[in-house]
Design a protein around this ligand. Sequence first.
Ligand SMILES: Nc1ncnc2c1ncn2[C@@H]1O[C@H](COP(=O)(O)OP(=O)(O)O)[C@@H](O)[C@H]1O
Ligand SMILES: [Mg+2]
Length: 377
Amino acid sequence: MSQKIRIGIVFGGRSGEHEVSLASARSVIEAIDRAKYEVVPIGITRDGRWIADGDPMGLLTSGDGAIVPPVALLGDRSGCGLVQLTDCDGQLVGERLSDLDVVFPVLHGTYGEDGTVQGLLELANIPYVGADVLSSAVAMDKAVFRDVMKAHGLPSVEYLVFKRMEWDAHPESLMEKTEVELGYPVFVKPANMGSSVGVSRCENRSQLLEGLAQAARYDRKLVIEKSVPAAREIEVSVLGNDQPMASVPGEIVPSRDFYSYEAKYIDTGEHGSRLLIPAPLPADLTERIRRLAIEAYLAVDCCGMARVDFLLSGMSETLYINEMNTIPGFTEISMYSKLWAASGIDYPHLIDQLVGLAFERHSDRQRSETSYAVRSD
Ligand SMILES: Nc1ncnc2c1ncn2[C@@H]1O[C@H](COP(=O)(O)OP(=O)(O)O)[C@@H](O)[C@H]1O
Ligand SMILES: [Mg+2]
């Protein structure tokens, strides 16, 4: 076989989902086809240092990442790839480490799933797995995402968006507006977060006050939405660039009254949340959900992959698109990969397809001219 594809797998990062990222990346590193790929593991510490020396996964797990010299991915397109920085008498000296053919950012949440790392990879002109800058940022921001769904006529719950500073200045009038326009119960969320951090369900004014204070800890933008009654949590995996495919839907049965941080990560074993694959739904509803997942993906102009999450009102069978995760939990036993396994694509092939999509999107982008040559006629 010709030369192996050198793939940088980036994990960790400055996000509340640091550990989740380590678990996802460990899974990718174990399962990736070594006959085809040469793996370059790249860890990002909690405080944002990039490391590639020795065993970055071990160093991040043990918390010793801060002691090894950092690497940098340069935002220029001269093909330098990764640069090793070494401390020489108090000065950082750079040495070319390895070129990368492609990067898989296995990072969840802030500074990873939100378009920031994707922007760096664009500047460096390195193909990368998953959503691009715009689709990452739109999917990350629950307020903008809702606006896009609404503009495309896709079903989402009624919502209001407040800036933290408006909330600081006029709490009374914002609470009144919420009560008049939405009514209790409501869900309050920071616009840019994940793992249900800062999300609360509020049934009255004092809970709303507390919920907004919690959400305001994490973002300058707050989203308040109508609560979907007896909500069932349905998720669909989408894969592809301009012609995406949708998996069978799955269902999560949370261990608590909603799918909170505790229900996601703390409750385990028989007390944990359960995954039902495929989701027990009538065939017509299943098809509608798969179609809507693709429409939402196209509306955001996503590429690579995303997990589209729905809330299905248990009362009326009304369906709402709740959110889109462009780097969903990606271990072999995460919902995203299990839904593909149930739809005929096993985990190593899923990784391989994602890399193929990264190259496809990169070469498509190369076709576009970036400057205009003034015509002389
Ligand atoms: N409008 C809503 N109605 C009912 N339940 C909701 C609503 N919004 C959120 N939830 C519950 O809160 C959980 C977390 O909210 P979500 O918007 O998915 O945030 P995150 O991005 O942190 O996962 C959902 O999985 C669901 O259980
Ligand atoms: Mg969610």
